[in-house]
Write a protein that binds this ligand. Structure first.
Ligand SMILES: Cc1cc2nc3c(=O)[nH]c(=O)nc-3n(C[C@H](O)[C@H](O)[C@H](O)COP(=O)(O)O)c2cc1C
Ligand code: SF4
Length: 659
């Protein structure tokens, strides 16, 4: 525990912008909801999700990507129409956030050339609108906007802002970053017009400037207006920080806040995506320097920074050193919505810091819920706050002290049960502990340490070095058993696999010195690819990967896959796809691939061929208690998200709805 106001004076300093007081400098960065219902509005789950973030003490919570272009309205699930009076979930969201003490903000967005990406209705084959006529890499046509069409969208910004204000949002943020419409006009590479909307920085920024002026006209000077820009487009041929500063100068004093992100996501560019959504392969706050540079050129507006922020000491330093006036957190609040309150209460050690695994993003895109790998409650607010019957106290035996076991024990303890947690090794954490020294997994290890600390403070009866058998389990006489016994690495059936030069990836993670000389890795899942990144980055070992499928196996996390492609590309790590290892010898591996049989010389061969869930080991305990659950890897070798969510759910319902 620390003295909060002495340690974090800048983070905790309130700020008045226009007529609105913000309780501190930790703002929620815009997050959209995948769930969009009836005529383009957030669903009730999204309302509760944003409310939960507000509850934790953030100064502002901004709902992402509300559409402003009337031409696009009613086009499938996205665009989101705030101007439609009957879209009552907007006022519900604003009210929920405001009642929790945060300022509710709406991000206003013109998609431009990306509009068709979101369309699923009648216009899905229509050309999109952009600065100039062009054809996108996926074949979609883009038509240059006329003067009238640009003015229509500017008018749309005003109407959407007024609707937001009337709905109860106390600020708006214009999306001028990440390659969306306003940025398409700011970008010299994309905007080659020669009329008043192009040609020089002033003209290229005119669209954004006029949109803000229109908002001022309809909402008043006291209504806070923020604009999100990309300090650098990152992509090849995109603008860099110098032009980013010129753009900020055009917006200085026009917007109240210039919120500096990076990137020009064209949806196919791994590097730009991984920089915008700062992947674990970049250092924390990897985009702060863009904001710092821009701040030197901005005299009147406040400057915000975003990307990979969740350590309060680091954030305090950003503000104290004058690199920015406000810090924005998107995933930091998904992972721990109570982060700002923990700072205010002087309890930074309790913060669960985002490990930038991108599961939230991938789940949002593929399954519609912005859940988190290590916060099993976020995006499940309906379930969490749904009033369940009081639990009847039970005796709970949790077998296995890995990620799932620790979560199950903590949740069961929180709801008042007698919990015995058995772990066969001498420490908690499970197999993932093998990655404890991997720099880009630092946050994962910190999470494990945090869970350990919570267990140490709890009433849980922790038994280390306890190898539980069914007989042992019966002597404990539990009402409930939660098996969380994990998984084992798969040994593929390849001749030579037992050779002295062959090792499992988990062992190499633990002891990288095992990898000597030329190294070949079999399997391009996250284990194999991340191991190659670790070996090359930390020890200069050149590893090459063979993969029998045609792509990196993402295990459901398509966005982290992009991040892996980005880092693999930057580190020049070769992956041979569609290539099957058929024999291992002391000199390397023989593979069958697109070019027929090829022999790859190798001194070390590493197996990263997946994990086998220890299902048989788990079901041995099936009859040892009245209630039995299998959670985490022993049920399905999936990911951390699966482990925490199955463990949390099993433990939360104990003694309530059955038994
Ligand atoms: C699930 C998710 C949804 C997002 N939705 C939006 C959005 O609607 N608009 C936007 O400008 N940025 C959006 N972002 C980007 C974030 O605002 C932020 O710039 C990015 O995640 C980097 O910050 P962080 O490291 O604090 O997460 C989203 C990010 C995530 C993870
Ligand atoms: S899922 Fe991963 S990236 Fe997303 S908030 Fe949680 S820890 Fe961070």
């Amino acid at each position: 525990m620390v003295n909060a106001y002495e340690t974090f004076p800048n983070l905790l300093s309130p700020i008045k912008i226009g007529g609105v007081m913000f309780r501190n400098r930790m703002f929620g960065a815009p997050i959209s909801s995948a769930e969009v219902v009836y005529d383009g509005q957030p669903g009730i789950d999204a309302v509760m999700y944003h409310e939960r973030k507000a509850m934790g003490g953030a100064a502002a919570i901004i709902y992402g990507e509300v559409d402003v272009d009337p031409y696009e309205f009613q086009e499938g699930r996205w665009p989101r129409e705030i101007t439609r009076m009957s879209n009552y979930n907007y006022p519900r969201l604003a009210s929920a956030v405001t009642r929790q003490g945060a300022v509710a903000g709406a991000e206003l967005c013109f998609a431009g050339i990306h509009a068709r990406f979101y369309s699923s209705g009648s216009k899905r084959n229509d050309p999109a609108w952009g600065p100039v006529d062009t054809t996108l890499p996926n074949g979609l046509k883009v038509v240059a906007m006329t003067d009238d069409r640009i003015c229509e969208v500017i008018d749309g910004f005003g109407k959407a802002a007024l609707a937001a204000k009337q709905a109860g949002f106390d600020m708006v943020c214009l999306h001028g970053a990440h390659g969306f419409g306003l940025q398409q006009f700011m970008s010299p590479a994309m905007n080659t017009r020669t009329d008043r909307w192009g040609g020089n920085t002033e003209n290229r920024c005119r669209f954004a400037v006029m949109a803000i002026e229109e908002i001022r006209k309809v909402c008043g000077r006291d209504y806070p207006v923020e604009i999100r820009i990309s300090g650098s487009e990152i992509v090849k041929d995109g603008y860099g920080i110098e032009e980013g500063c010129r753009i900020a100068e055009q917006l200085d004093g026009i917007a109240d806040i210039i919120h500096v992100s990076v990137g020009a996501i064209d949806r196919f560019n791994a590097e730009s995506f991984s920089r915008t959504s700062l992947s674990m392969f970049y250092p924390q706050g990897g985009n702060v320097e863009y904001a710092a540079e821009i701040k030197k050129h901005v005299k009147k507006s406040l400057v915000g920074t975003v990307g990979g922020l969740s350590d309060p000491y680091f954030m305090e330093d950003i503000l104290a050193s004058g690199k920015a006036d406000i810090v924005y957190l998107a995933r930091g609040l998904v992972c721990d919505p109570d982060l700002p309150d923990k700072v205010r209460r002087g309890r930074p050690e309790e913060i669960r810091k985002c490990m930038r695994c991108l599961s939230c993003f991938a789940e949002g895109v593929t399954h519609g819920d912005l859940v988190c790998a290590i916060n099993p409650e976020i995006s499940r607010e309906r379930e969490v706050y749904y009033s369940l019957p009081e639990p009847v106290k039970k005796r709970v035996l949790v077998i296995g002290g890995g990620i799932a076991g620790m979560q199950a024990a903590l949740t069961a303890d929180r709801y008042g049960h007698d919990v015995i947690l058995c772990e066969k090794s001498g420490e908690l954490g499970g197999r993932i502990l093998c990655e404890r020294d991997v720099p880009f997994k630092k946050r994962l290890h910190e999470y494990i340490l945090l869970q350990r600390a919570l267990i140490a403070e709890s009433d849980i009866d922790l038994r280390l070095n306890a190898d539980v058998t069914p007989e042992y389990a019966e002597t404990v006489r539990p009402d409930v058993i939660i098996a969380a016994v994990g998984s084992d690495p798969v040994t593929p059936d390849i001749p030579g696999v037992t050779g002295g030069n062959v090792h499992q990836a988990v062992d190499v993670f633990k002891k990288p010195s095992i990898a000597k000389g030329k190294t070949m890795i079999i399997g391009a899942g996250f284990v194999g690819t991340e191991l190659a990144v670790y070996l090359k980055g930390e020890f200069g070992i050149d590893a090459e990967i063979v993969e029998m499928l045609g792509d990196i196996s993402a295990g459901g996390n398509s966005t982290h896959k992009l991040a892996v492609y980005d880092v693999i590309g930057r580190k020049n790590i070769p992956i041979r796809f569609n290539t099957k290892a058929v024999e291992i010898t002391s000199g390397g591996i023989r593979c069958r691939g697109p070019e027929g049989d090829v022999f790859y010389n190798a001194d070390t061969v590493i197996l990263a061929a997946g994990m086998r869930p220890l299902q048989e080991e788990a079901v041995k305990f099936n009859r040892c208690a009245e209630v039995f659950h299998m959670t985490g890897e022993c049920r399905k070798a999936a990911n951390i998200l699966f482990a925490t969510s199955t463990a949390y759910t099993a433990a939360r319902y104990i003694g309530r709805l059955y038994a």
